[in-house]
Design a protein around this ligand. Structure first.
Ligand code: ZN
Length: 270
């Protein structure tokens, strides 16, 4: 079975993890193709915080929601700040940031919930999306892990939050690491290395006095350290910078890009 499958429906392209689908979890990592963005013409930018036309972003979100099979009004988002704060999405927070940025859950980089029919939606362009789904309780977690979030341990902390709030046992979690910048393209300097003690093995010197940093490897290690099983962790292995025609890449486009969305949702009936 393929670990990560790219599909299209109504001209909206996105990738999904079949392992999560088989367990009943809707999951989708959007591609950049065929939207209405005016930021980068004709792309499927899903983020409201990057200076795009609001109505066009909402139209893109509706198109994405329709093909993925979730309600756009229920999209629950957070104002990602490359930190490691996690918020439990309770009834009162459902739909935060769905149609305007002001109502997004502020200062948060990961969301967890055990409510059904709540499509969590995070935004990224190179940063690592980490999807977590408890196949026993149905609780879900979604984390945004750029290098700062990664070295702050956000993936592992999200596992802890699921345990704390919902009683999730780590061995029951299916995890997936979505398209994001690979070690092939992610060159960093000594500053980043210095912030990541304990992860030196994931920095490969490239001969330029710099390093190729493996964010997928570090996030995987953190999940294993929290008790997830290796066979339950799927890495898409798709580099966004290498495939900038299909994905938004902050690096490859020198910062002038939209954001893709990663959506995770447990339907009421799965
Ligand atoms: Zn690459």
């Amino acid at each position: 079975m393929n670990d990560f499958i790219i599909r299209q429906k109504n001209n909206i392209w996105y990738g999904s993890f079949p392992e999560l689908e088989a367990a009943g979890f809707i999951n989708a990592c959007s591609c950049r193709l065929h939207g209405e963005s005016s930021l980068v013409d004709g792309t499927l930018n899903l983020a409201l915080h990057v200076g795009d036309d609001q109505a066009k972003v909402i139209a893109n979100r509706r198109a994405f929601a329709a093909v993925v099979g979730v309600r756009a009004e229920s999209f629950t988002t957070c104002g990602q700040v490359h930190g490691s704060k996690i918020t439990n999405v309770t009834e009162a927070l459902v739909g935060s940031g769905a149609v305007d940025f002001n109502s997004t859950i502020a200062d948060t980089d990961a969301l967890v919930t055990n409510l059904p029919d709540v499509p969590l939606l995070l935004f990224y362009a190179d940063c690592v999306p980490v999807l977590l789904a408890d196949k026993i309780t149905g609780a879900i977690g979604l984390a945004h892990a750029g290098w700062r979030g990664t070295v702050a341990g956000i993936a592992g902390k999200t596992v802890e939050a699921m345990h704390e709030y919902f009683g999730t046992q780590p061995e029951n979690i299916l995890a997936a690491i979505g398209p994001s910048i690979g070690a092939c393209c992610y060159e960093v300097d000594d500053f980043v290395l210095g912030k990541a003690p304990g992860y030196k093995a994931y920095f490969t010197p490239n001969g330029n006095n710099r390093y190729q940093m493996d964010l997928w490897g570090i996030n995987t290690q953190q999940l294993l350290e929290r008790g997830l099983r290796q066979q339950n962790i799927t890495v898409a292995g798709v580099c966004t910078a290498h495939n900038a025609e299909l994905f938004c890449s902050y690096r490859a486009e020198q910062g002038k890009t939209g954001r893709m969305g990663v959506c995770l949702c447990r339907p009421a009936v799965r």
